[in-house]
Each structure stands twice: as structure tokens, then as C-alpha cells.
Design a protein around this ligand. Structure first.
Ligand SMILES: *Cc1c(COP(=O)(O)O)cnc(C)c1O
Length: 370
């Protein structure tokens, strides 16, 4: 059993992938080939965004989005402490200060109450400018609650949707929930390519124009004009060609993930804390993550039973050496508790019912060996 089985997906669309890759090899436009814009247009239409700008990774998507908002030294940008390092890294790379915020215990997403408290308790030498909510494990953050705090305090919002392509909140697809949304096409994400890739979803054409400039060294209107300092942050043509084929099956795969998550929850809700999906939200189920006591012992038992698991995340960012020096104006106790209790179970759209049952049985017997 695989934790994430990319081979099963590849088998399903192998012929179309082979043809798409061969088409790129034939035309030879490895950089800025026609597949890049075709994919961007398809993805923008898929979610209903004004524009999608393909970039080199989810991390570069965050960096470029933050550059568009002018992030720099003296700025405080609020990020959940329970997330992958890239969320805070993009802020710190630009010389700004990530300020850590606690998450809700139920959803593992940023707590709007903790955000408000963190803004109000920010050290006086920092200027609160923005917030980056993260859609943890595929579940959209409570964007309306975040927006209320953001508008009260004049913050911009960049949604980090690296884990949630294909999810929605109140019928609004991820990619349209904030003025700018970033995502990752790292192979294991719900929409993944065969290398590194990412995208920025823009709700205004102005932001998209600057994003397209920043990803090519800040290029200006003319070939030899450089309008701003940018980076080399393009999405490869080959990855775009692969993503076109993977986007075509994304919705179908999300339905399969939802079915698996439902079966897991039915089989496990009486023995562990299963993931909560608030009313009106759908998750992309990047991970199916339960909470339980004696997590490490259960994980060891599962490994022996042939069930692979993962811990996202064993430590909150504010406890990691690179980020320990940044401000923590509010208690981060819920994130700290989660880090000791979370366990992600095998999740991918091609997980058989037999494998799902084996996972459920293994978890139950790990908790009650009698
Ligand atoms: C994966 C991930 C990223 C970074 O994406 P890369 O494509 O690996 O650079 C950023 N934020 C979150 C929450 C992620 O899970």
C-alpha cells in the first residue's frame, strides 16, 4: 500500500501524457511554449479566476505574490504556525517579519480570533500589512472570518492553497476566495506535475500583469526593458503539458478522495478524532489527518501492519530553529498540541476499498490490541 500512489494515476492517463510530452518534444519550445498559456487559461476558467500565472513552484508563487503586495523590511505578515515552512519563508526572504498565529483545533486552519489578537499585540516597530491563511490538508481556511479581521486592520490577504486545489467554500472554488491565491504543483499535491511547479490566481488583471513580469526577471513592455527586480520563476512547458492532462481528471479525483475520506471517518470516528469539514465547505483531501493520543506508538504499529503514515507537522514553525527568533505575540498552544497528535493516513484517489479497510482495521487494532 502506498501513502500516495502517483503510478496508479499515471497508468490511467499514460497515453495522453505520452502524447502531450511528445508534442512538446516536437515543437521544442521548452520555455514559454504554447502549453503554458493553454494551461493557465484552462485553470483560470476551471475555478473562475480572472487570470492564472504559472510559476516555478508553490514557494515562488508565494514570493511573487508577496512582492506584488510590496512586502519588505518593517512589515509584519501574519502566518499560521501550523504549516509548511514555505508560507513563512516567502515573507522572511523579502526581509519582512512573519508573525505567527494559532490555528483552530478542529480544522487546523488559521484562527481568526488569534489573528486579531496577534495584530493588536504586534510590536510597535512593525507595520501590520498582510495575512497568508493556509488551506491545511485541503480544507479551505475560513476566509470570511479572516477577511473581517483583514478589513478592520487594513491587511491584504494572499491565500496559500498549495494543498487545496479542487476544494470550495460556499460554492466558491479555491483560487477565487482571495484577491490572490497561490498553489503548488509539487507531485504529491492534489494537482501535481512531474517536477516543481506552481501558480498564482489573480482576481485583477493588474496583479496578473505584474506577476507575469516578476516571473521573468521583472521584464518590462519591451524585450530589453527591465521594469522591476524579479526572478526566474517560470513554469516549464513540459510541466504545463502534463498539468493540462491532470486538470482534466481533477474533479473526478476529488470525488474519489471524498468517498475515501467518508469511509475512513465512518470507520474511525468512534476511536480517534476524525477531520472536521465545516458545513458549506468541501476539502480537496490532500491529506486525511486524524488526531489521537500515543501518536508515535500507533504510527509504529501501523508501519508493522504495512500501513504507511506521515506526520504533518511534527513541530510548529515558531519552534523550528530558523523561525524561533520571530515574534509570537499570542499563545500558540493549539498548534503545539496538534503537532503531538496528528497522523496522516494513506490518501489518494486510487486507494482500493480493501486497502481502506486494512487502514481502518490497523488503526482500530493499534488503539485496542485486545
Ligand atoms: C507544498 C506547500 C508549499 C510549497 O510548495 P512548493 O511547490 O513545494 O514550493 C507552500 N505552502 C504549503 C502550505 C504547502 O503545503
Amino acid at each position: 500500500m502506498d501513502f500516495i500512489d502517483l503510478a496508479a494515476q499515471q497508468q490511467r492517463i499514460r497515453d495522453r501524457l505520452d502524447a502531450a510530452i511528445a508534442a512538446v518534444l516536437d515543437h521544442g519550445r521548452y520555455i514559454n511554449g504554447p502549453e503554458v498559456q493553454r494551461f493557465e487559461d484552462l485553470l483560470a476558467a476551471h475555478v473562475g479566476a480572472t487570470a492564472v500565472v504559472g510559476v516555478s513552484s508553490g514557494t515562488d508563487a508565494l514570493v511573487i505574490a508577496a512582492m506584488i503586495r510590496g512586502v519588505g523590511p518593517g512589515d509584519a505578515v501574519y502566518v499560521p504556525t501550523f504549516t509548511f515552512a514555505a508560507t513563512a519563508e516567502a515573507v522572511a526572504l523579502l526581509g519582512a517579519t512573519p508573525v505567527f498565529v494559532d490555528v483552530d483545533a478542529d480544522t487546523a486552519n488559521i484562527s481568526a480570533d488569534s489573528l486579531r489578537a496577534a495584530v493588536e499585540a504586534t510590536p510597535g516597530d512593525l507595520r501590520p500589512v498582510g495575512v497568508i491563511p493556509v488551506d491545511m490538508f485541503g480544507l479551505p481556511a475560513d476566509i470570511d472570518a479572516v477577511d473581517r479581521v483583514a478589513s478592520d486592520h487594513g491587511l491584504w490577504v494572499i491565500a496559500d492553497a498549495a494543498q487545496s486545489m479542487g476544494a470550495a467554500l460556499g460554492g466558491r472554488p479555491v483560487g477565487t476566495l482571495a484577491a490572490m491565491t497561490t498553489t503548488s504543483f509539487f507531485p504529491a499535491k492534489p494537482l501535481g506535475c512531474y517536477g516543481d511547479g506552481g501558480a498564482i490566481f489573480c482576481m485583477t488583471e493588474e496583479d496578473a500583469v505584474i506577476a507575469r513580469s516578476l516571473r521573468v526577471h521583472g521584464s518590462g513592455a519591451h524585450k530589453y526593458d527591465t521594469a522591476r527586480i524579479g526572478l526566474n520563476g517560470r513554469l516549464d512547458t513540459l510541466q504545463a503539458a502534463i498539468l493540462i492532462e491532470k486538470l482534466a481528471i481533477l474533479d473526478d479525483e476529488i470525488i474519489a478522495r471524498q468517498r475515501i475520506a467518508g469511509r475512513y471517518s465512518q470507520g474511525l470516528a468512534d476511536v480517534v478524532t476524525v477531520p472536521v469539514v465545516p458545513e458549506k465547505e468541501t476539502s480537496a483531501w490532500a491529506q486525511y489527518t486524524v488526531r489521537l493520543p500515543r501518536r508515535d506508538a500507533v504510527a509504529a504499529h501501523l508501519r508493522e501492519a504495512g500501513v504507511p503514515t506521515a506526520v504533518y507537522y511534527p513541530a510548529p514553525l515558531h519552534r523550528q530553529s530558523a523561525y524561533a527568533g520571530f515574534p509570537t505575540p499570542v499563545p500558540l498552544t493549539r498548534a503545539e498540541a496538534l503537532c503531538g497528535e496528528v497522523l496522516s493516513l494513506p490518501m489518494h484517489p486510487y486507494l482500493s476499498e480493501a486497502d481502506q479497510d486494512q487502514v481502518i482495521e490497523a488503526v482500530r487494532s493499534a488503539l485496542d490490541p485486545t
